[in-house]
Design a binder for this molecule. Structure first.
Ligand code: ADP
Ligand code: MG
Length: 322
């Protein structure tokens, strides 16, 4: 690289405004030092975005920076954790200042929203790849997991499903699909449901974020919790744009059922906690929709107007699946 990695780090990544008390030593030494708050557990996640796999090659640098952090925050949201700090492993084909400026802008815009401090990372040359590791805190014993769903629990999702898949379709097949700006924005700038996750700590019995499609990710809750589920297809929350497409051709339900990249939460609630869901929705200003029920029988049964309904693309997106 024409510019040394140290110059890049200094110019683009050390000037963040967020300074946290629990970060005893941030960027600049061999490793960061974090002081753990008393009574809290550390919740850690990492996600990698590879150009052309996790975002279209022509995605703006700003959106890539935003999305790389957002998909990680979504994992913390699903655990009910409060975001604290992150590390960044950046692999770049070459040093392009405009690209780096845009990337840092999108990244730190989201980091500042949650007072999240960048405490270290690694910078290397190669095909464009961004790995971000995030860490957050939960009071000991209060994290949400995939394991607690019980027969009779209600199943909810946040926001709308399928818009990210619709956004991708708009970009990939512009001749067949007129651009839907809100859907493209959902693909490029997913909204991690941090506030909802925090509010669900003592309300939800199980929780997951939907990165690979509702059926695949709900399937993980069911497997881990050793239960099954019935889902009402007509209850699945859709944007106006996707609803219209589904009315024209029911194949489009696949975007909501098995399209990836929505980063909404899917969670289960025991009957005695159900009355608290509405208050959380109104406080957080996010739609929470009841889409089904946990049952004893393993697997997912999809219903529409009281009748069994075929499931499209149950497996979701899988790497290495050929
Ligand atoms: P080392 O060779 O000891 O691993 P580096 O030279 O890779 O250290 O990094 C120097 C410092 O810069 C470290 O504190 C590291 O965490 C930080 N750093 C490197 N790359 C990044 C990056 N992309 N974002 C944030 N911090 C980074
Ligand atoms: Mg070192």
């Amino acid at each position: 690289m024409p510019q040394s990695e140290f110059d890049i780090i200094d110019e683009y990544f050390t000037r963040q405004r967020v300074r946290r008390d629990d970060v005893a030593l941030g960027i600049g030494d061999d490793a960061a030092i974090i002081t753990m708050p008393k009574g809290q557990q550390l919740v850690v996640a990492i996600d990698t975005l590879v150009a052309g796999v996790h975002f279209p090659n022509n995605t703006s640098a700003e959106d890539i920076g935003y999305k790389a952090l957002a998909v990680n925050l979504s994992d913390l949201a699903a655990m009910g954790a409060e975001p604290a700090w992150f590390t960044l492993a950046l692999t770049l084909p070459s040093v392009q200042r405009a690209w780096l400026r845009g990337f840092a802008k999108g990244l730190f815009e989201l980091a500042e929203k949650y007072q999240l401090q960048l405490v270290g990372g690694d910078t290397t040359q190669g095909p464009l790849t961004i790995s971000i590791q995030v860490a957050g805190y939960v009071p000991t014993g209060t994290a949400l997991t995939r394991a607690g769903a019980r027969v009779g629990d209600s199943i909810y999702v946040t926001g709308n499903l399928g818009d990210a898949a619709l956004g991708l379709r708009c970009l990939q097949q512009p001749a067949e699909y007129a651009a839907v700006p809100t859907a493209i924005n959902k693909l490029n700038r997913p909204e991690a449901r941090i506030d909802i996750g925090l509010s669900l700590r003592d309300v939800a019995s199980a929780c997951i974020d939907i990165s690979d499609g509702l059926l695949a990710d709900l399937g993980h809750i069911l497997d881990t919790s050793n239960v099954g589920a019935s889902i009402d297809r007509d209850a699945i929350p859709l944007s106006d744009g996707l609803r219209l497409l589904c009315e024209q051709n029911t194949d489009h339900y696949a975007m909501a059922l098995s399209g990836g990249d929505d980063y909404e939460l899917c969670f289960c609630v025991a009957p005695q906690n159900e009355s608290r869901v509405e208050a959380i929705a109104s406080i957080c200003g996010i739609r929470l929709t009841h889409i089904g029920i946990i049952e004893h029988q393993a697997g997912i049964r999809l219903h529409q107007a009281g009748r069994a309904c075929a499931m499209t693309g149950k497996s979701g997106y899988e790497h290495f699946s050929g």
